[in-house]
Design a protein around this ligand. Structure first.
Ligand SMILES: [Zn+2]
Length: 419
């Protein structure tokens, strides 16, 4: 068989760990901090690093108009749709070195191991390195996979502006992507399957001493952006009945978010007011403006949408009562992903064959897989990370944990590409 059960040969975990460490040094901040914002100099250098590894592994490269990279191992039956795997290499400010990277460099190692073992795929195997999984530059996550799946239209993407007022087209031009975004969208079932290897970013696998999580469902995320305009004035001179305090309206809204979530009837509904800024921000001045950004998620779309509507009607009621003008923008309202049950079963069987402990689980964070599930059968392979910590420089998965994830990915790809 492909992998000796005890050591998973011929996976070269030492080489993979070296590559993970080397990629981590390509960062906008000194180590151990990893920061790679979309199309920053560090992001562009990291892309070159990964492209070179793909070439050395004998893969054929292609890139689309938003910078998604496709690296293909051609199968013997080119008429069949390819099997896809992949993840991302961009990183939020002050992040660690494993989020996304394990699914990209780990997939390259899985492909190298399969080649070394003499395996020849019938269906082609394609590694996708997605553009901007993190909402770093334009405030929206999974930019590349949203466009690939058609969930985001090129027209809407063209309206995005970063903090400096620069558009996606400005940044694409800098990164040498000049073609139209209309060419990015994938055909339905253009891949026969997509499997993403990723660190769990939560504590469940570690707590339960399990090696692998197989994702059955990805929670449905949504984001609201609210701008409140009241009346300012001197903190001593404006008497209480006259006040139109934007902060107090915002505070009531944040509590309304919590209430909408707690009364949803589903234990999986979560809501967070993660951004709350006020102006002018002086101790002797009544706050006249406030900005809130709210993240609301659930594994079930009905309870998520009900909580969203309850939050939005609370915003209207609070602002009317407090005489506050407001704008409310639904930045994204995405469906959950239900992963393909046959794929989940296949990976579960592979874990048993290799005597690797596993469980089926829900992903509460979202990933490019959420959008790939719109175009082809999809699931994810999770590996544990220390303390469930992610998006921090001390994010860590051990070489042994990564090796098991790569072994499961390699065998999954070989099984899918053989049929
Ligand atoms: Zn990630």
């Amino acid at each position: 068989m492909l992998f000796c059960l005890s050591r998973f040969r011929p996976i070269d975990i030492a080489r993979l760990q070296r590559e993970i460490d080397e990629l981590a040094l390509i960062s906008e901040n000194p180590p151990p901090v990893v920061t790679r914002v979309l199309f920053s100099e560090a992001d562009l250098r990291a892309r070159t690093f990964v492209r070179n590894l793909c070439r050395e592994a004998g893969l054929t490269l292609r890139e689309d108009a938003v910078g998604n990279i496709f690296a293909r191992w051609n199968g013997t039956e080119t008429a069949q749709p390819p099997i896809a795997t992949g993840s991302h290499i961009d990183a939020i400010p002050n992040a660690g070195k494993y989020d996304g990277v394990v699914g990209v460099l780990g997939a390259i190692e899985a492909i190298r191991a399969l080649r070394k073992s003499g395996f020849q795929p019938k269906s082609s195997i394609e590694l996708i390195i997605f553009t901007a999984e993190e909402p770093t530059r334009f405030g929206i996550g999974c930019l590349g996979s949203r466009l690939l799946s058609g969930v985001l239209s090129p027209e809407k993407a063209a309206l995005f502006r970063d903090g400096g007022g620069h558009s996606l087209d400005d940044w694409r031009a800098k990164a040498f992507h000049k073609e139209s975004l209309n060419s990015v969208r994938l055909p339905q079932n253009g891949y026969s399957a997509f499997v993403e290897l990723h660190i769990e970013q939560g504590p469940i696998l570690e707590n339960e001493k399990l090696s692998i999580g197989i994702v059955e469902k990805i929670a449905a995320p949504s984001t609201l952006r609210i701008r409140l305009t009241g009346g300012g004035g001197h903190a001593g001179a404006v008497l209480m009945p006259e006040r139109r305090d934007a902060l107090l309206a915002g505070a009531e809204i944040a509590l309304a978010v919590e209430n909408s979530v707690l009364t949803s009837g589903s234990p999986d509904t979560v809501g967070t007011t993660g951004v709350f800024r006020i102006e002018p921000g002086a101790v002797n001045s009544v706050p006249c403006r406030a900005w809130l950004e709210i993240d609301l998620r659930d594994t079930q779309i009905a309870t998520r949408d009900a909580a969203l509507q309850k939050t939005e009607s609370a915003v209207r009621e609070i602002c009317q009562r407090r005489k506050i003008e407001f704008t409310l923008d639904r930045v994204n309202v995405d469906p959950p992903a239900i992963c393909d049950s046959t794929l989940v079963e296949t990976i579960f069987e592979i874990c048993s064959e290799l005597h690797i402990s596993s469980k089926r689980m829900i992903s509460r964070a979202y990933h490019d897989s959420l959008f790939m599930a719109q175009v082809c059968p999809t699931t994810m392979i999770f590996i544990p990370c220390r303390g469930g910590v992610s998006h921090r420089p001390d994010e860590y998965s051990s070489p042994e944990q990564i090796e098991k994830g790569v072994a499961i990915l390699a065998r999954t790809l070989s099984r899918l590409a053989s049929s």
